[in-house]
Design a protein around this ligand. Structure first.
Ligand code: NDP
Length: 448
């Protein structure tokens, strides 16, 4: 979908100038602008209120030094980020990414996407994102703890249960959230729901661990059913083998699909008989090992070096659950050639613009990240509610609420796409539906 609206073309030029050297952020804004072209025509009041100009500029961006001491007594320095993007509909909410590739542009693109995603959940959450270029891989528990404590020492000055509530993301799981929560509590002397993804013994929600992967499958199932299909008997390829990938595999298998591949940043495994998830969980969740260890336990499976090859495996449904831009135009062409009918995104922005063009041009069902992976943040929203109530809901209660939220997200995307003349384009539907709620709130609150 090319950008033809002159007002948005001009505004995109300003965004490019102002955010030079941040290609991921420009990519995310361009995609949203392409979808919003009919909204500009239909809603001159939002143009008048400067909503488009304001929504692409974060309310606040914080960058800070994170010094910590490694196991050899040597001082290490990382850079920390928190981008508080938009608080029109609730406190800033979004995860913390710990990965060496993190820089301001990555956090900004993730924060921008989060604004629309959180809006789609229907829960009162604004958008934000944080992180650091710290690499947790190969670090001892002590090093992880010292890093997390140092990171939170600065971050604690900018967050709070009613202001900004961070959560996990790549590299930030239950262990890291625990260390950060402990440090926040010590510094502020208060026990509040300032972070989500917490352990169950100190305010975490049941089903939060499963939520993004399960939610992805709930959304995908709605999309399949609306188009006369189902997971039953389908061959599924899932990239990554972290939190999202593991629980997407679990739910897809429950729905009767055969998941044949998983990956990590070194390579991928292919098991024609279907992935044995208990083995993957043991490698990844218990031993924090590499995905290639799977073939030690299942000698009939194959391991291949390199991540990209996973998209050459024949499948009906592809669920990218690793990282941004992991499916490029070339991989998308191969998926199509091999008969793939559905791509639904667990990771944030895993498809390049060329890949998305290829899906849409070939009539694939395409579930965009900001809708399909919103189950994680939705359940974080449910964790916030439980913390405020000082109550804990059962797994079944949370899972049922999550399931309903995902059904409603699909419905919103479907209806918005239809209303704006782009039936079946769930990416456009997600961008429009997510945008409109935030835009109305921004307009109502005046020029802030
Ligand atoms: P994890 O850290 O648990 O797992 C990430 C997985 O992706 C790992 O298998 C990792 O491999 C792989 N990976 C990371 N970077 C790369 C890379 N550059 N190339 C190839 N593989 C890579 O993260 P999550 O599962 O939590 O997150 C996965 C994606 O889902 C991210 O895009 C995240 O933003 C998104 N997401 C997560 C949510 C959540 O609730 N956790 C919510 C919504 C979206 P390795 O171990 O080798 O690094």
């Amino acid at each position: 979908m090319a950008l033809k609206n002159q007002y948005l073309i001009d505004l995109l030029e300003t965004v490019k100038k102002r955010n030079a050297g941040e290609p991921e952020f420009i990519q995310a804004v361009t995609e949203v602008f392409e979808s919003l072209q009919p909204v500009v025509d239909k809603r001159p009041d939002l143009v008048e209120a400067g909503v488009f100009e304001r929504i692409v500029e974060p309310e606040r961006q914080i960058m800070f030094r994170v010094p910590w001491v490694d196991d050899n007594g040597k001082v290490q320095v990382n850079r920390g980020f928190r981008v508080q993007f938009n608080s029109a509909i609730g406190p800033y909410k979004g995860g913390i990414r710990l990965h060496p590739s993190v820089y301001l542009g990555i956090i900004k693109f993730l924060g921008f996407e989060q604004v629309f995603k959180n809006s789609l959940t229907t829960l009162p959450m604004g958008g934000g994102k944080g992180g650091s270029d710290f690499d947790p891989k190969g670090k001892s528990d002590g090093e992880i703890m010292r890093f997390c404590q140092s990171f939170m020492t600065e971050l604690s000055k900018h967050i709070g249960a009613d202001c900004d509530v961070p959560a996990g993301d790549i590299g930030t799981g239950g262990r890291e959230i625990g260390y950060m929560f402990g440090q926040y509590k010590r510094l502020r002397n208060e026990f509040t729901g300032v972070l989500t993804g917490k352990g169950l013994t100190y305010g975490g929600s049941l089903a939060r661990t499963e939520a993004t992967g399960y939610g992805l499958c709930y959304f995908t199932n709605e999309m399949l059913q609306a188009n006369g299909m189902s997971f039953e008997g389908k061959t599924v390829v899932i990239s990554g083998s972290g939190n999202v990938a593991i629980y997407a595999t679990e739910k897809a298998q429950e729905y009767g699909a055969k998941v044949v591949a998983l990956s990590d940043s070194n390579g991928y495994i292919y098991d024609a008989d279907g992935i044995k998830l208990d083995i993957v969980k043991d490698i990844k969740e218990v031993r924090r090992g590499r995905i290639k260890e799977y073939v030690d336990a299942v000698p009939t499976a194959e391991y291949h070096e390199g991540c990209k090859g996973i998209w050459t495996i024949k499948c009906d449904i592809a669920l990218p659950c690793a990282t941004q831009n992991e499916i490029d135009g070339e991989s998308a062409e191969i998926l199509v050639k091999n008969g793939c009918k559905v791509v639904s995104e667990g990771a944030n922005m895993p498809s390049t613009p060329e890949a998305i063009e290829t899906y849409l041009a070939n009539g694939l069902l395409y579930g965009p990240a900001k809708a399909a992976n919103a189950g994680g943040v939705a359940t974080s929203g449910l964790e916030m509610s439980q913390n405020s109530e000082r109550l804990s809901w059962t797994f079944e209660e949370v899972d049922e609420k999550l399931h309903n939220i995902m059904k409603n997200i699909f419905k919103s995307c479907d209806e918005a796409a239809k209303e704006y003349g782009m039936e079946g384009n769930y990416m456009a539907g997600a961008n429009i539906a997510g945008f409109l709620k935030v835009a109305e709130a921004m307009k109502a609150q005046g020029c802030v």
